[in-house]
Design a protein around this ligand. Structure first.
Ligand SMILES: Nc1ncnc2c1ncn2[C@@H]1O[C@H](COP(=O)(O)OP(=O)(O)OP(=O)(O)O)[C@@H](O)[C@H]1O
Ligand SMILES: [Mg+2]
Length: 218
């Protein structure tokens, strides 16, 4: 059985700044992996590569044994179907309600109607945000926005959830909340999780923790 995600020898530079210098990474089904490292160590850069949002300068990425699609519709479809992304800024659409935001990836996949809506409501129920679904993002608290962003990431039943905790967020309460949501997601939807975090506490809850420094694991 191949890994869900397998990355080999990833390199990524921005001009003369070498951010990733030969990173290997593999992710098993339902695994929870935490990536730590100082600000600027390349956590978000790596998550972007794993998410197919950016291309490595060198190295390979595979999902369930098949190379990531290079670009275009195939890559969009892969991201839409197989990965759930929760990034530092939640990027909720301001003019859509919370429910519409959750449903957006389903609509992009061509799934409309009562079935995805029932699924969205069930996820929202699990994440304790079911009573906020008719509100727009600017009417939600930061924590509620995060929960809506996680629900949106889960709507297409991805096998992997990639989450980038807001940087510099050392508030233990918020890390505990994020952990609770991620752990719930893993238990209920059997999704593997990769989270980039500054929280030692959150990292200590993961099955495996990896630390980035000077472009490599340490
Ligand atoms: N598009 C870009 N162009 C140029 N430099 C970039 C770009 N994106 C990131 N960098 C630089 O690459 C380095 C790694 O950035 P990255 O965002 O991956 O760090 P990080 O570990 O996620 O940090 P944080 O914990 O603050 O979120 C930083 O020095 C950053 O300034
Ligand atoms: Mg980051």
């Amino acid at each position: 059985m191949s890994h869900l995600i397998e990355a080999q020898n990833l390199h990524k530079s921005y001009g003369s700044l070498q951010v990733l210098q030969g990173i290997d990474f593999s992710l098993n089904s339902s695994e929870f992996v935490a990536i730590t490292g100082a600000s600027g160590s390349g956590k978000s850069t790596l998550l972007h590569l794993l998410a197919g949002l950016d291309q490595p300068d060198q190295g390979q990425l595979a999902f369930e044994g098949l190379p990531y699609p290079q670009s275009g519709k195939a890559l969009d479809l892969f991201r839409n179907q197989s990965l759930g992304l929760v990034f530092q800024f939640h990027h909720l659409m301001p003019e859509l309600t919370a429910l519409e935001n959750i449903l957006l990836p389903a609509m992009i996949a061509g799934n409309y109607g009562t079935k995805p809506e029932a699924h969205a409501r069930a996820i929202a129920e699990r994440l304790d945000v079911a009573d906020r679904l008719n509100h727009r993002p600017d009417e939600l608290s930061g924590g509620e926005q995060q929960r809506i962003a996680i629900a949106r990431a889960l709507i297409n039943q991805p096998k992997v959830l990639l989450a980038d905790e807001p940087s510099g967020n050392l508030d233990r309460g918020r890390s505990e909340e994020l952990y609770r949501l991620l752990d719930e997601s893993r238990k209920v939807w059997n999704v593997a999780i990769v989270v980039a975090t500054h929280s030692d506490w959150l990292a200590s809850k993961a099955d495996r923790r990896l630390h980035l420094q000077d472009g490599q694991w340490t």
